[in-house]
Write a protein that binds this ligand. Sequence first.
Ligand SMILES: [Zn+2]
Length: 132
Amino acid sequence: MAFEDDLRTAMGADIQNDEIATQVWSALANVTWYHPESKQEAGYSFRAAGGLIADLRGNGDYMDWYCSGPYATVSDRIGRAMKKLGWIADTMPEICDEPGCLEFVSCWTPTEGGYRNTCGKHQPERAALKNR
Ligand SMILES: [Zn+2]
């Protein structure tokens, strides 16, 4: 995947530095990266972010980096290195899908029409689990 190749290029041998690897975890977990020119985007869960770092370092596994730093935090070093390759990070959490509401999403609720991503105030009733 292009993002992973670019991250590998951007970090180079620095990924072997534990402090840098921790910064990379923070810059991946719950962050959406956009590449406006190629219209690509990339995002990682806490676990997937740890897995990618283990991958880039060529040793260990996702647990070595899982929650190693604050999430959704892009350091200057990583932000600049990725911007140079065309990637821009969005660290702001998702916004409630209720029209007119600007609260952050805290509830992911399955409903009959699909998933709703809402703040606590607009959380819909969970759809009755049928066919069980
Ligand atoms: Zn809301």
